[in-house]
Design a protein around this ligand. Structure first.
Ligand code: GLN
Length: 500
């Protein structure tokens, strides 16, 4: 009983210790070409080259962690990453929390506008819905200069897609990603700078040595022309990144339905089948994402069942026979905390605080979801155990079985059979809930669809496909559970009979 949680703890701690203390991790948000963007599964760009050069200078291994922009600075503050390099503008507010390197580029923010409502004067912004990427200086601009609330999106391409769908009037963003958004899209255009900025790399406060290495790397890369070379190469590469589905080139005699069909086919090709720069097709995001979703959901279900069984047995044994008073109190605290706080907050606390030094995001997600689901499964199983007639326990004991043997072989099989539909429900909810793992930058099925949407600006196919895949997953799972339920209904009595 007591050994299992200890074993889990020991495993987690050894994982924490085993993490590569030598690895220099760069936190970034890879929808910001040419500074950082995805080439297939790999994050590339000017910031990546600069940060890799820092790691080389320090003789450390290098890895890139792709996350939401508003998580980039917090991740160096919490020690999850050592460098925050994401086209980050130096601001006084940020300087209170992190140290900045010397600037490596002078740039600024612009307004992206639909050509049919041209932007000519800053006064036009006032009172309009303005889309921005959450956590950026564009957001601060709207809040502080225009004194109004912006429409916040996770990425600039997402804000532009919303503008094209009529959900906001303008978008404010940094010039380079803005150029990339309007490229090849003759419905959009960009203004001149509305404010100027400088980018730098951020490190945690008090990291003098690291900061010096970053500054030296920037100076050297500026002096020997590497920075200019990277800028040119990644601008050229990211210019080719933006692709818009070609307008359906249907012959004139084709009807509306024929044209619609052609544009769906074009969109399908663009979203899922078109090979990217690394040769892999975009559909790979969904296939790999599905693998992650299944891995996290199934492992969390198993972990949740283990925890659920333990807690349910402790709680019901205490309620009926007064056993395990201490473990019962611990279980009650666990149930209260887990059921009383939102899953996404638990996931973020696990990622940023409790397991901050664990590198595997899959492991973090499995533990967070398993621990969460354990609380719900425990209560379902407890209901099952209490529904079993006390005479069953007495009969088991009278036959000479110990308490645990009776519990495991007589009570639990019947309890599980009774609550299988409720348990199945919990598994389904858990499976769909895993779609929030994008918060910790894990690319699951939902996030995979999101990445395709951000690269193609196509909203229908990526989201509808993701929804359809979840539906198929849940239907398959429900079918399997139905089979198990029928099997237990037909044979359960025998199992109990034979075992006892
Ligand atoms: N330069 C802007 C900022 O620091 C936006 C950066 C980004 O979106 N990656 O807020």
């Amino acid at each position: 009983m007591k050994r299992l949680p200890l074993a889990v703890l020991a495993a987690v701690f050894s994982l924490c210790l085993a993490r590569g203390a030598d690895t220099l991790t760069m936190a970034t948000e890879a929808t910001f070409p040419p500074y950082e963007f995805l080439r297939g599964q790999e994050v590339v760009g000017i910031d990546v080259e600069l940060s890799r050069a820092v790691a080389q200078k320090l003789g450390r291994a290098f890895r890139v962690e792709n996350m939401d922009f508003d998580a980039v600075i917090p991740s160096v503050m919490s020690g999850k990453a050592q460098l925050a390099a994401s086209g980050i503008t130096i601001t006084e507010d940020r300087r209170k929390n992190v140290d900045f390197s010397i600037p490596y580029v002078k740039t600024g923010i612009v307004v992206i506008y639909p050509k049919k409502t041209p932007f000519t004067d800053a006064a036009q912004l006032k009172g309009k819905k303005i889309g921005v990427q959450s956590g950026t200086t564009s957001e601060t601009h709207v809040l502080e200069q225009l004194k109004q609330e912006p429409e916040r999106f996770k990425t600039t391409p997402e804000a532009c897609a919303a503008m094209l769908a009529g959900r906001c009037a303008f978008v404010i963003a940094d010039i380079d990603p803005a150029k990339n958004c309007v490229k090849g899209d003759d419905r959009l255009a960009i203004s001149d700078f509305i404010s100027s900025e400088e980018y730098a790399i951020a490190v945690a406060k008090g990291q003098g040595e690291l900061l010096a290495a970053v500054n030296e790397t920037i100076r050297a890369a500026q002096a020997d022309g590497r920075l200019a070379k990277w800028t040119e190469a990644y601008k050229a590469e990211s210019d080719k990144l933006k692709e818009v589905a070609p307008a359906a080139t249907a012959p004139a005699e084709k009807g509306a339905l024929g044209k619609l069909w052609d544009s769906i086919c074009d969109d399908f090709y663009l979203c899922f089948l078109k090979p990217g720069a690394d040769g892999s097709v975009r559909g790979t995001y969904l296939v790999r994402g599905l693998g992650v979703t299944i891995e996290v959901a199934l492992s969390a279900i198993v972990l949740g069942l283990l925890i659920g069984f333990l807690v349910a047995v402790v709680r019901s044994s205490h309620d009926k026979y007064g056993y395990f008073p201490f473990l019962n109190a611990v279980s009650k605290v666990y149930l209260t905390i887990i059921r009383g706080t939102p899953m996404v907050v638990q996931l973020l606390i696990t990622y940023y605080i409790v397991l901050r030094s664990v590198e595997s995001k899959e492991l973090i997600a499995i533990l967070a979801f398993g621990i969460n689901s354990g609380a719900y499964q425990a209560e379902i199983l407890r209901a099952g155990i209490t529904s079993i007639d006390p005479g069953q326990m007495e009969a088991g004991r009278a036959l000479g079985l110990g308490y645990w043997a009776t519990m495991l072989r007589i009570i639990l099989p019947q309890a599980v059979r009774n609550v299988l539909p409720a348990l199945g429900n919990e598994f389904i909810v858990l499976m769909k809930d895993t779609s929030i793992v994008g918060y910790i930058a894990l690319i699951d099925l939902a996030k995979g669809g999101d990445i395709i949407r951000s690269q193609t600006y196509s909203v229908y196919l990526p989201y509808l496909t993701v929804a359809a895949v979840y539906l198929v997953l849940v239907m398959t799972f429900t079918w399997l559970l139905g089979k198990l339920e029928r099997y237990l209904r037909n044979t359960g009595a025998d199992v109990v009979h034979n075992n006892s």
